[in-house]
Design a protein around this ligand. Structure first.
Ligand SMILES: [Zn+2]
Length: 454
C-alpha cells in the first residue's frame, strides 16, 4: 500500500524552543508537542499568535516531556478549540501540570506590567488536564491507523521519544534526548529500524565535558567558594538538572569530599518537582534504585534546606557566607535567582555557576558571555563575581552521542529532520550526517512541510 503522511514543522525548527509538529493524513491530524517559544522578547511575542492550523481539527496530541518548550502552549491549544486526547507518560503529566501553573504565574507578572492578557488561564490548564491520559513506555497505543510507542529518551524523568508507525514504516520524534550516563535516569533507547527521524540538535556542534570532570568542577567550585567565604549561586532548571545536582552534592557530602555549608534549594518549583521525582522511582535506572533500596534518600542530606515559602527564601540573606544557593530560573530570566544575583553578583568573592543551556538574549547567556554591567529588577549591577560554567550537566547529548544515536538506524533511514537547535548547531549536524553517514538530512524551517511514505 502506498500511504502518505504530511509532516509540518511549526516550531522547534530553526530554534531550540517552541516544539510543535503536525502529522496529517486525509483522515486525521495529530500533533507532537505544543511548546512555548522562549528566550528573546521577539520570540515570546510569537506565543500570542494564533496557531497556524485549526486546533479543533486535531485528533490527538503526544507529549514527549514536560519542559515548557514542549508543553507550554497546550492550554492555549485547548482554549482555542482542541478537544482531542493528550497522551504522555505519568511523570510528564504530573510535571506538565506543575510547569503550566508555574509558567502562568510568571506570565501574569509580565502581563501586569504590559497590561496584556496571558495566553491561557488556570481554567484552560484544568481543561487540558481533563483531556490528558497517561501511557507507559512500550504500551503501544492505537490511534486511527497508527500505532504509537513511547520510548525512553533519558532526558528528564518521564521523557519519551514518540514513535509513530503504520504498515511497518516508522517515524520517530526524539523530543529532547538525554546525556548518558545519568545518575538517576535510564539511558535513551537505541534505535535501529526507523524510516524517518526528527532529531533534536541542541548541542549538534559541541562536545560535552566528561561526567567525571563535571563532578570535579562542582567540587572545586564549592571548595573555592567556601575557602573565599563567598556565595555560590547555581541557577538551575527545576526539572532534572536540580535533581542531578542534589544527587551529586549528596554524594560529595556523604563521602566527606566537601566541607559542610548551608545549601539552599530556593525554588518552589524545584522542590515540588523533586517530590514528583520521589514518587516515580520506578522509572529510575538500576543503580539509583539500588541506592534507594539501601535506605539512602537521593535528594536529602545534612546542610540542605528547602525554602518553599517567600519568608524562608528572604531569610537566606541573613545566613552568613559561605553558602550555596540553588534557585530557578535556569536562564536567570525570572524566579528567585535574580534576587540573589542582584544581591551577590557585585562581590568578587562570590560565584555564579552556570550548568545549563542559556538561550540567546537571556540574562544567563549575557553573564556567561562576560557582560560586566547588567540590569536586574531595574537596578544596574556591576558584575564582579566569578562566572563559571559546567557543560557536563547538560540534559542533552553532545554532538558525538547524537551522531551515535542517529547511526543506530543508518540502514533504514530515508530522511532525518534536524530540529530543536540554533541554526548554527542544526546545520553543522546536518552536514555531519550527510558527510559521515550519507543520509538525507535537512534542517527544516518553520512552516516547512514534507510528504512521507508512511
Ligand atoms: Zn527538554
Amino acid at each position: 500500500m502506498n500511504q502518505k503522511i504530511k509532516v509540518t514543522f511549526y516550531g522547534g525548527a530553526g530554534s531550540v524552543t517552541g516544539s510543535n509538529y503536525l502529522i496529517e493524513t486525509d483522515k486525521m491530524k495529530m500533533l507532537v508537542d505544543c511548546g512555548l517559544f522562549q528566550g528573546t522578547r521577539v520570540s515570546e511575542e510569537r506565543n500570542k499568535e494564533p496557531f497556524p492550523y485549526n486546533p479543533a481539527s486535531i485528533d490527538a496530541l503526544f507529549v514527549t516531556h514536560a519542559h515548557l518548550d514542549h508543553v507550554g502552549r497546550i492550554p492555549k491549544l485547548v482554549k482555542e478549540g482542541f478537544k482531542g486526547e493528550i497522551f504522555s507518560t505519568a511523570p510528564t503529566r504530573d510535571f506538565g501540570k506543575l510547569m503550566l501553573i508555574d509558567s502562568l504565574g510568571v506570565m501574569r507578572k509580565e502581563a501586569r506590567k504590559s497590561k496584556e492578557e496571558t495566553i491561557y488561564s488556570e481554567d484552560d490548564v484544568d481543561d487540558a488536564m481533563k483531556l490528558w491520559e497517561t501511557v507507559d513506555y512500550h504500551n503501544r497505543l492505537q490511534v486511527g491507523d497508527f500505532e504509537i510507542n513511547f520510548r525512553e529518551a533519558g532526558h528528564i524523568l518521564g521523557s519519551a521519544m514518540i514513535e509513530i508507525s503504520r504498515g511497518g514504516k516508522k517515524i520517530l520524534f526524539s523530543g529532547d534526548l538525554g546525556n548518558p550516563p545519568n545518575p538517576i535516569l535510564r539511558d535513551m533507547e537505541k534505535i535501529s529500524d526507523i524510516d524517518y527521524l526528527s532529531v533534536e540538535s541542541t548541542y549538534g556542534d559541541r562536545e560535552h565535558e566528561k561526567s567525571t570532570d563535571t563532578k570535579l568542577k562542582l567540587e572545586r567550585a564549592i571548595e573555592n567558594t567556601v575557602h573565599e567565604k563567598g556565595v555560590l549561586m547555581i541557577p538551575a532548571f527545576s526539572l532534572e538538572r536540580t535533581q542531578k545536582l542534589l544527587f551529586q552534592i549528596d554524594e560529595l557530602v556523604e563521602n566527606g569530599r566537601i566541607p559542610r555549608v548551608p545549601i539552599f534549594l530556593d525554588s518552589p518549583l524545584a522542590i515540588k518537582a523533586t517530590i514528583i521525582y520521589k514518587k516515580y522511582s520506578r522509572y529510575y535506572n538500576d543503580r539509583a534504585k539500588e541506592i534507594l533500596r539501601s535506605g539512602d534518600s537521593l535528594f536529602q542530606f545534612p546542610g540542605l534546606k528547602m525554602t518553599l515559602r517567600t519568608d524562608e527564601s528572604k531569610q537566606i540573606n541573613n545566613v552568613p557566607a559561605p553558602k550555596i544557593i540553588i534557585a530557578g530560573s535556569g536562564m536567570s530570566n525570572g524566579g528567585r535567582i535574580i534576587h540573589h544575583e542582584r544581591r551577590y553578583l557585585s562581590d568578587p568573592k562570590n560565584r555564579l555557576l552556570i550548568i545549563g543551556y542559556q538561550a540567546s538574549g537571556s540574562l544567563g547567556r549575557r553573564l556567561l558571555e562576560g557582560e560586566k554591567t547588567v540590569k536586574i529588577l531595574g537596578e544596574t549591577i556591576s558584575v564582579r563575581a566569578k562566572v563559571e560554567s559546567i557543560h557536563g550537566y547538560s540534559a542533552h547529548p553532545d554532538m558525538n552521542d547524537l551522531f551515535d544515536f542517529v547511526s543506530g538506524s543508518v540502514d533504514t533511514l530515508k530522511k532525518v529532520f534536524v530540529v530543536q537547535g540554533e541554526p548554527k548547531s542544526s546545520l553543522f549536524f546536518v552536514q555531519r550526517l550527510r558527510d559521515h553517514l550519507g543520509v538525507d538530512a535537512i534542517a527544516p524551517k518553520v512552516g516547512d512541510s514534507f510528504i512521507l511514505d508512511l
